[in-house]
Ligand binder design. Structure first.
Ligand SMILES: Nc1ncnc2c1ncn2[C@@H]1O[C@H](COP(=O)(O)OP(=O)(O)OP(=O)(O)O)[C@@H](O)[C@H]1O
Length: 588
């Protein structure tokens, strides 16, 4: 089965009751629309008959009343189907909502490589623009398809009636259909390509906007406003071009449909009129054909147009599915073993290479971290320290070697249970829109006031929060713009600690703490979280005072673990690294 049809059927299955209601309402609406002129025709013919042959109708008003009653019933039914377009709009919105939730859920399961491939603006475009309004996919799923179904069923009902009355006149009425299909067949690919280009241009604009506004401080500090204006102009010009080529093609196509149909209408008027004059059809029948044809103009134009919007919706479906099907590491971490208590972490000959890099970052890395142990990872910039943290969290997967938690290979472990006992403080702290407290409590369903206060105190935030205008109810802005870089990072430390993690990973938090605060942090950590194991990535040598061991990554990507004293005396590169580092620190 065609992949788009399969996709549509899946969505219908998920909303089966609404789809069923739509089918019933559509058929009812088509039936009523077609029945009304038919009853009218019957009335015309009856009136003509009564006038021509009064002797056949001893009580003529009885027959007229019967028809008027039927007309009333159909009129009432038309009231119900009057609501039909509104109900279609409502079901469109249901599809839009459920699809957005569905794809958002999938995106949350993705890893780094996904976010490297899809820029934020692009993802936002796919989740918003691709999903809503005419002729996007959720519109197509209900209004698009059911309008086509409505048009189609009206045409079928009308044809059944027309064929049963006069075959020749009916054939003349539907003569334009094959031409329309042929034109659609030859233009479908062009429609798809144009529309795809346009959606890509919209994504490019949104990426541009996201980059400019999220990096507004950098834009301003480098006085790059003009440059960004130029970039934006270029992106807009591209969209204008793609949009125009779509508009042009759509305008030409709808003009063609209209002309084909007008010609058919003229043909029916001439031929139908001729048959009526000759007496081969009644006046009622001529009225019926003429009414049906003018009723069918819209569905006849609409049907091929809906094929066009279908092609466009298929682009949206492909763009959404491309995100959903992008491979994620979670597909590879499917273990079921749940970790509750952390006892050991070990790397056994682990090597890792980023796909787009010529050589591995880490080579045969082996080390073990025990419960309660605090280990500092040292190494030059870009030596692979953050990569180790990402491997532990299952955000990256080793190319060779085994990572074990409590002696179990990481791919046998339920990765969520592992992430529940580990807390990671990233190098680049990210705050969400909300209060200080919201941000700290982000990682937990609920926490006691005592745990909250301990996390705040340990992160050395207590005094600062007390100085905020609304204390911990102070709003920190969408990306935490109203707090300093250091405060931001300490907030993310508190967010990590409130989880009461058993393994804490601090990735280069030196920017947020001066030497005095760093000492206080370690002291508080030992007091308040005595059993916690920690991996600290740091460029500051003073951190050596607070840890039990060091993992040094050398310039070749090999790792060496030991106490600081051991490494100083047994590893020349470590010795030289510290010496150079100390020199740099003293020069600052
Ligand atoms: N997603 C990625 N794709 C490709 N290469 C990457 C990716 N992330 C990191 N790298 C590269 O891998 C190497 C190690 O990066 P990593 O961030 O682990 O280093 P680091 O030791 O933490 O650096 P720093 O001290 O600057 O924080 C670097 O050369 C970096 O450019």
């Amino acid at each position: 089965m065609n992949k788009h049809i399969k996709w549509i059927l899946e969505q219908y299955k998920a909303q089966k009751w609404f789809v069923l209601i739509m089918v019933v309402l559509t058929l009812l609406s088509s039936f009523v629309s077609i029945a009304f002129p038919y009853v009218f025709k019957e009335m015309l013919d009856l009136l003509k008959d009564i006038l021509q042959f009064p002797q056949k109708y001893p009580e003529p008003m009885k027959a007229v009343y019967r028809i008027i009653k039927i007309l009333f019933a159909i009129g009432l039914a038309q009231l119900v189907t009057g609501l039909y377009p509104g109900i279609r709009g409502w079901v469109n919105m249901r599809f839009e909502h459920s699809l957005r939730v569905l794809y958002f859920k999938h995106i949350l399961t993705k890893d780094f490589s996904f976010f490297q491939k899809f820029r934020t603006g692009d993802i936002v475009t796919r989740l918003t623009d691709d999903l809503s309004d005419y002729p996007r996919v959720s519109w197509f799923l209900c209004s698009g398809i059911f309008r086509a179904f409505n048009s189609f069923s009206m045409i079928v009902f009308a044809l059944v009636v027309m064929f049963s009355i006069n075959v020749k006149l009916t054939l003349l009425s539907i003569a334009p259909l094959p031409f329309m299909m042929l034109i659609f067949y030859f233009t479908a690919d062009k429609v798809y390509t144009n529309y795809n280009r346009n959606q890509q241009a919209i994504s490019a604009i949104n990426n541009q906007l996201e980059m400019s506004f999220s990096g507004i401080r950098i834009v301003k500090s480098f006085v790059s406003e003009e440059k960004y204006n130029r970039f934006f102009d270029i992106a807009l010009a591209k969209r204008f071009k793609t949009e125009m080529s779509m508009v042009k093609l759509n305008a030409i196509l709808s003009l063609i449909w209209q002309y084909i149909d007008y010609i058919a209408q003229i043909g029916v008027i001439l031929f139908g009129g001729y048959l009526a004059v000759k007496g081969e059809i009644t006046v009622g029948t001529f009225f019926l054909f003429y009414t049906y044809l003018s009723m069918m103009i819209y569905p006849l134009i609409d049907l091929p147009q809906l094929f066009v919007s279908g092609k466009q919706a298929f682009v949206n479906i492909d763009r959404l599915e491309e995100m959903k099907n992008y491979p994620t590491l979670n597909d590879e971490f499917k273990g079921h073993h749940k970790v509750k208590e952390f006892s050991t972490l070990s790397f056994e000959n682990v090597s890792f290479q980023y796909p787009d890099k010529p050589s591995p970052v880490l080579k045969n890395v082996s080390f073990e971290l025990g419960r309660g142990e605090k280990m500092l990872i040292l190494g030059a910039t870009g030596s692979g320290k953050t990569t180790i943290a990402n491997l532990i969290l299952g955000l990256l997967k080793a190319n060779s070697g085994i990572i074990k938690i409590n002696g179990k290979p990481i791919n046998e472990i339920d990765i969520k249970s592992l992430r529940n006992i580990v807390a990671y403080v990233p190098q680049e702290p990210l705050l969400f829109g909300g209060s200080v407290k919201d941000n700290i409590l982000f990682a937990v369903e609920q926490a006691s006031e005592k745990d909250y206060q301990i996390a705040v105190k340990t992160s050395q935030l207590e005094d600062e929060i007390a100085s905020f205008p609304d204390r911990d109810n102070t709003f920190v802005g969408n990306r935490g713009l109203s707090v300093s870089g250091g405060q931001k990072q300490r907030l993310t430390i508190a967010r990590a600690l409130i989880k009461k993690p058993q393994l804490l990973i601090l990735d280069d938090i030196t920017a947020s703490l001066d030497a005095e605060n760093e000492e206080k942090l370690w002291q508080a950590l030992r007091e308040n979280y005595p059993d916690i194991s920690a991996i600290v990535i740091s460029h500051r040598l003073s951190t050596l005072h607070y840890v039990d061991s060091v993992l040094f990554i050398d310039s070749q990507g090999y790792a060496h673990k030991g106490s600081h004293d051991y490494l100083v005396f047994n590893n020349q590169e470590y010795h030289d690294f510290l010496r150079d580092h100390l020199k740099q620190e003293n020069e600052k």
